[in-house]
Structure formats: structure tokens, C-alpha cells
Design a protein around this ligand. Structure first.
Ligand code: ADP
Length: 426
């Protein structure tokens, strides 16, 4: 129980911290991408600006002429050393290509946005062209008149290499940090569970000690009442009836104390060295013929359904018999005369299922989630009729869980209940 809670705590801690970490890594990556692009854009804008500043505009024989001869790269000047421009293009105000440097451009300007990121092969069909490009299309104006468009592109190789490097670091650092977080979570949840474990152990010890101490006086009360009943008092006399009541009350308290002692002592998983191979077919056959079950089932039909193949598990036969007895006695107790109770054993691929089904009064849906709690009884009226302390199902569940199994219940009021034990196979 504690290990499961510790695992859950560590799991949720890792999950929440991990999500924050991954989110943070995502934000860092995104921010770096934005920064890289900003640096590239600033550089591209500066270069394009220098080119645009060198464009001349004059009127020749009544015609307006744009002179690009002084424009670096596009004009007569050779590209400056170290320039990484992939292409430069000049389009007229109507968007027709006039001059270009670099790869063959489209004849007509395809203007979508000032800055644009172009995927490899988006600007040419050349299969070798694998570089991502950043392109700026700058409208050039003179005295409020549009002269044309200058389109320039630079490769994004450096920025992408920078981002790849960051991604590599993040891909290595995030899983490592996640592992660290998991480890820290496991240690922290261990620390958090310690006081809970201690107070639980204290409670268990108290229950165990109190039950143990109560056993002796109870046994004394019971034996005295039984001796008193043996002495010659006429049956039906008030004294005789009182002694009978004392003996009955002492007996039920004795059962209650034994149940409490059992619950306090039998906590957690069973020690694997104490487990024996148990033949469930034989165990079910033995349980159904025991005196308490037969007594409870006097007014009912009891069916046993076993598979042909024997089913073996690792477990403690006495404890499993106790769990089954509790379920069978309940099924009989809460089923009216003439009803039917089935005990089934089903072998499945990786587990074994034992079912106790009855055609009894059923359990309301609102009570179903609570019936395995200690001292929980569905309603006082039915308990007054049938007796019971509300510990039977808690004990059965504790035994099943001690075997690494699961006990579940489904029920329909007025139609019956089905209790199912799932156990891992040998
Ligand atoms: P008790 O000893 O009072 O029967 P249990 O822990 O065995 O305590 O059961 C808890 C409650 O669940 C009971 O009060 C009873 O109302 C209900 N219950 C258990 N088994 C059945 C069943 N087969 N059919 C109907 N009600 C059941």
C-alpha cells in the first residue's frame, strides 16, 4: 500500500516537473529560433538598404529611367568578398523582372510578405538546392513614387546549425534531468510517506495490542457464562436467558477481536518464502463443504463450477480459504431462501478468476465503493437481521491483496451480487 502510494507520488511529481521542464525547453528553443531569425533579418535589411540607397533615378528624353549601375552585386560592382547573398533581383514597379544576380528568378514578382522563409527547392527545381533561405522583398520609392522592388536572399544555414546544436543539447539534457527529477521524486515521496507509515504502524500496533489484551478477559467471560449455563437452572428462566445473552455477546466480541487482530497483523504483501503452491480446484471444493458455509447455505442451492484442468497458484491456502469463506457466507447471508449461490473458478491466460455470485438482495450503487472499508455496513436494518461486524469484506480484500490480487464487486439491487477475485498465476 505504502509502496504504491510512494510510486504514485513519485510518478506525479516526475510527470508535473517533467511537463514544466519540457515546456521550458520548448520555450528556450522557440526563443532562440526567434532571436536567430531576428539577427538574420536585421543583417538582410541592412544589406538590402545599402543596395537600395545606390539606386539612381533620372529622366532621359522625357522617360524616367532607373539606373542600377552603382548598386553592389546588381550593378557593375562585383559582389563584396564574404558576401553571402544567394541572389539579388530588381523588379519594375509593375513587378516585371529587370535585372538579377544568382539563380534564375521568375519573370513576374511573386510578392507575399516583406520577409519570407523559403524551404529548400522552393525557389528552384535544382535537386542540389538544400539550403533554407530568408528573403526580403523591399519596395523602393523615390519622392513618393514607386521605382520597383529589390528582392534579396541569404541562406539560413548558420542559424539552422545553431538551432540544431541547441536541439542536440536539449535532447540530451531533458531526459537526463527527467531521470534526476524521477530520482528526487522517489526520495521525496519516501520522506513524505515516512510519518504516514509510522502513524499507520502505530495504529496497527495499538489495534493488535488492544485486541490481544481483550482476548483473555473475553475468554474468561465466555467460559464463565458457559459454566453458568451448565449448572442446573431451568431453561427459559430470566437468569438462564441472561447467561445465554452474555455467552452470545462474548462469542461475537471474540470473533470481532480475532478479526481485528487478523487485520492488524496481516498487513502488506505476504513474504514470498511463506508461499506454497496451492491447487485452487481442491481449495474451492474443500471450502464449499466446510461447516460454516454449509450452515449458511441450508436454505439455498449452492453450485460449484470448476475447470477440468487443475489451477495452481503461489499462496497461503488457509488465508485464501478464509477469504472465500467470508464471501460465501455473505452471499448466503444476503440471499433469500430458495435463492442460488455460485462459486466458479476460471483459468485465464495470465490470471485466475474466482467468482462468488448470488441472487440475493444486492448492494446499492452508492454503497458499493465503501463495502470493503472496515466496519462499513450497508444499512443497519439488514445488519440487525443478519448480524456481522462489517469486517468480513475488509479481511477478504486484505488477503487477496496480500497475494498480489484484486477483489472487486458488482451488484444490482434486488437481483444479486458478484464478487470477483483475480489472482496472478503461478
Ligand atoms: P458483514 O460482516 O456486516 O457482512 P462485510 O464486510 O462482510 O460485513 O460486508 C459489508 C456489507 O456489505 C454488509 O453490511 C452487507 O450489507 C454488504 N454485503 C456484503 N456481501 C453482500 C452480498 N453478497 N449481497 C448483499 N450485500 C452484501
Amino acid at each position: 500500500m505504502f509502496n504504491r502510494s510512494r510510486r504514485n507520488l513519485a510518478h506525479w511529481f516526475t510527470l508535473s516537473m517533467g511537463s514544466i521542464l519540457i515546456l521550458f525547453a520548448g520555450v528556450v528553443y522557440y526563443q532562440r529560433a526567434v532571436d536567430c531569425l531576428e539577427v538574420t533579418d536585421r543583417l538582410l535589411y541592412r544589406k538590402t538598404g545599402v543596395m537600395a540607397a545606390n539606386i539612381d533615378y533620372r529622366s532621359e528624353q522625357g522617360q524616367e529611367v532607373v539606373d542600377l549601375s552603382n548598386v553592389p552585386i546588381l550593378g557593375n560592382y562585383a559582389p563584396p568578398v564574404g558576401s553571402n547573398l544567394v541572389y539579388a533581383r530588381w523588379y519594375s514597379a509593375t513587378g516585371t523582372l529587370r535585372q538579377f544576380y544568382g539563380m534564375q528568378p521568375p519573370e513576374q514578382l511573386q510578392y507575399t510578405a516583406a520577409f519570407e522563409t523559403l524551404r529548400p527547392n522552393a525557389v528552384s527545381d535544382n535537386a542540389q538546392d538544400t539550403a533554407w533561405l530568408r528573403q526580403l522583398t523591399l519596395p523602393v520609392t523615390h519622392n513618393g513614387r514607386r521605382l520597383g522592388y529589390l528582392q534579396v536572399a541569404v541562406p539560413l544555414t548558420e542559424a539552422r546549425a545553431d538551432l540544431h546544436e541547441l536541439l542536440r543539447v536539449l535532447l540530451l539534457a531533458v531526459p537526463l534531468t527527467l531521470g534526476g527529477i524521477g530520482l528526487v521524486g522517489w526520495c521525496l515521496s519516501g520522506l513524505a510517506m515516512r510519518p504516514i507509515r509510522e502513524s499507520y504502524n502505530q495504529l496497527q500496533r495499538f489495534t493488535s495490542d488492544a485486541s490481544h489484551e481483550l482476548r483473555a478477559p473475553l475468554a474468561a467471560i465466555l467460559s464463565n457464562a458457559q459454566v453458568g449455563l451448565l449448572s442446573p437452572i431451568e431453561a427459559g428462566q430470566p437468569k438462564h436467558l441472561r447467561l445465554k445473552k452474555i455467552a452470545a455477546a462474548a462469542k461475537s466480541m471474540n470473533t470481532l477481536v480475532s478479526d481485528l487482530l487478523f487485520l492488524a497483523r496481516q498487513a502488506g504483501r505476504l513474504d514470498p518464502t511463506s508461499l506454497q503452491p496451492v491447487n485452487l480446484n481442491g481449495l474451492l471444493k474443500d471450502t464449499i463443504v466446510t461447516a460454516p458455509v454449509q450452515l449458511a447455505a441450508q436454505h439455498l442451492t449452492l453450485h460449484l463450477a470448476l475447470p477440468d484442468e487443475p489451477i495452481l497458484i503461489h499462496g497461503n491456502a488457509d488465508l485464501l480459504r478464509q477469504a472465500l469463506t467470508n464471501l460465501l457466507i455473505n452471499a448466503c447471508k444476503y440471499t433469500q431462501a430458495g435463492g442460488t449461490v455460485w462459486l466458479r473458478l476460471i483459468g485465464q491466460y495470465h490470471r485466475t478468476v474466482i467468482q462468488v455470485e448470488d441472487t440475493g438482495i444486492g448492494i446499492p450503487a452508492s454503497d458499493l465503493p465503501h463495502i470493503f472499508e472496515r466496519f462499513y455496513r450497508v444499512d443497519e436494518e439488514r445488519t440487525r437481521e443478519t448480524g456481522g461486524s462489517g469486517l468480513g469484506l475488509a479481511i477478504a480484500q486484505q488477503i487477496v491483496e496480500a497475494h498480489g490480487g484484486r477483489l472487486t464487486a458488482t451488484s444490482i439491487v434486488g437481483e444479486g451480487s458478484l464478487f470477483q477475485i483475480e489472482l496472478p498465476l503461478l
